[in-house]
Design a protein around this ligand. Structure first.
Ligand code: C2G
Length: 449
């Protein structure tokens, strides 16, 4: 019996895939198909896969061509499988010519002509090309424009910014630039907003009222009630509204949360998160303050994420200490918040005028999780114990600081229409963030140094 093996993602199964499977089967008597696991696909840059592993396995099974289906989970598994299953022939489409010649050492390698004119990417793009408008005066707009190129099903409809200086200096090779937000909305299905927080409420409300989905940098609003109102409006209109906190969408961060919740470090007693970036020099210039976010709005939502994700949003009390640069504009150089829960504490430090170690430490009764700086865009974390021999290290590919994964999640939520499908960010955390922003911006029980 001649055993043949082939591998693939097999997302949105199409006739190109089926033809490959048929010709692979014809090479021998028994065909094994390795379907790729989500993590393996992400690690090799395939972030747009629409279907789950089980859906893809079922689709391959339904063709009736495969004699056996396995899951491909790691780099190098092909060598293991060829030996384990005593395979005679490895085959794959000609788009991979040369990439698997190393397998000639273990079995015969055959590249089959790829079927032209069809691909999963093409199917994803045809499914729904969401027109995305970028709104705001930040060079992150350029980052988003670059990252959107990695995401199937999105096309940029334009950029809207009020600041002439930003438009002339920062908006590079992005055509379709406008200062008219309504004009942008007319040619858009969804908007990404990174304008000054004071503009978020009005801009989000107008977008939702015009039937547009919204991905907005946190805080979504400067007042909790406004935030609640916006989420209610999004629900009423069956639209997606979510915080654009890219950290929440990065695999390493999400997996460390899950591991922390398994009890591997025991009961979590303390969460400490620091986010600082001396990224811009704020001159004492009114213009700068109009567009520049203060430290609190720039970083506190991110720093609060692990606190709220792990300890919840029902803290008993909190203590906010801040050092302001500009009293009237409420621009803080550095702010520290301490939270007290029934049986845990948390502390966050944020600053654009102070530099500190941007690490995240989650302390438990059996051990602790350590995330090195810059923890908010990490691809790596450690779980450490008293006996260092038990320490474990974890790495998860993170391309583009997490923005592309955020966009993929946003697109999938729009396509599925399932607001809850966004398991990374939810309304409760968004509300808790807006509540603290409101208290900070209105000097409610704040200590100034
Ligand atoms: N294929 C094809 N014609 C197409 C599209 C895909 O012949 N129009 C082939 C691919 O060459 C591959 C198989 O169908 O052999 C599955 O394709 P994908 O699902 O795109 O997965 P891919 O990552 O290309 O699979 O490690 C090997 C890779 O996993 C190969």
């Amino acid at each position: 019996m001649t055993k043949v093996i082939t591998y693939g993602t097999y997302d949105l199964l199409h006739y190109g895939h089926v033809r490959l499977l048929e010709r692979a089967k014809a090479l021998g008597d028994y065909l094994i198909v390795g379907v790729t696991a989500e993590d393996f696909d992400r690690s090799r840059g395939k972030i747009n896969v629409s279907q789950s592993l089980m859906e893809r396995i079922e689709a391959v099974r339904a063709t009736g061509i495969a004699d056996e289906i396995i899951v491909e989970e790691y780099e190098g598994q092909k060598i293991d499988d060829i030996r384990r299953y005593d395979v005679d022939i490895f085959t794959v489409g000609s788009d991979w010519v040369g990439k698997f010649d190393y397998l000639n050492e273990y079995c015969k390698v055959v590249y089959l002509d790829r079927t032209e004119g069809i691909s999963s990417t093409q199917q994803r793009n045809e499914k729904c090309a969401i027109k995305l408008g970028l709104v705001g005066e930040s060079n992150v707009v350029n980052k988003f424009a670059r990252e959107a190129e990695y995401v199937n099903g999105i096309e940029l409809s334009g950029v809207c910014a009020q600041d002439d200086k930003f438009l002339s200096e920062q908006v590079k090779n992005l055509d379709r630039v406008t200062q008219d937000y309504k004009e942008l909305l007319e040619k858009t299905d969804a908007v990404y907003i990174i304008s000054h927080p004071s503009k978020h409420y009005e801009q989000i409300k107008l977008a939702l009222e015009n039937g547009k989905h919204v991905l907005c940098e946190s805080p979504v609003a400067l007042e909790k009630q406004q935030c609640r109102e916006l989420y209610a409006l999004a629900k009423e209109k069956k639209l997606i509204l979510c915080d654009a906190l890219k950290t929440a969408y990065s695999m390493a961060y999400f997996r460390l949360l899950l591991q922390a919740k398994t009890g591997c470090i025991g009961k979590i007693i303390c969460v400490e998160a620091t986010c600082t970036s001396l990224s811009e020099k704020i001159e004492e210039n009114e213009q700068e303050f109009d567009f520049s976010w203060n430290s609190f709005c720039s970083w506190a939502p991110t720093a609060m994420l692990p606190v709220f994700h792990l300890l919840g949003t029902n803290y008993k009390k909190r203590n906010i200490v801040t050092k302001l640069l500009n009293e009237e504009k409420h621009y803080d150089l550095f702010t520290k918040i301490d939270f007290v829960y029934d049986d845990a504490v948390a502390s966050i430090k944020v600053g654009k005028g102070v530099k500190s170690e941007g690490e995240l430490i989650i302390s438990g009764t059996k051990g602790y999780i350590y995330v090195p700086a810059p923890w908010w865009k990490t691809d790596y974390y450690e779980i450490r114990y008293e006996n260092a021999e038990n320490n474990t290290r974890h790495f998860y590919q993170l391309d583009g600081e997490g923005i592309r994964y955020e966009l993929v999640t946003f697109v999938k939520a729009i396509e599925s229409g399932n607001i809850k499908s966004n398991m990374y960010m939810d309304e409760e955390i968004s509300l808790a963030i807006s509540k603290l922003v409101e208290e900070f911006e209105n000097d409610i029980d704040i200590t100034k140094i």
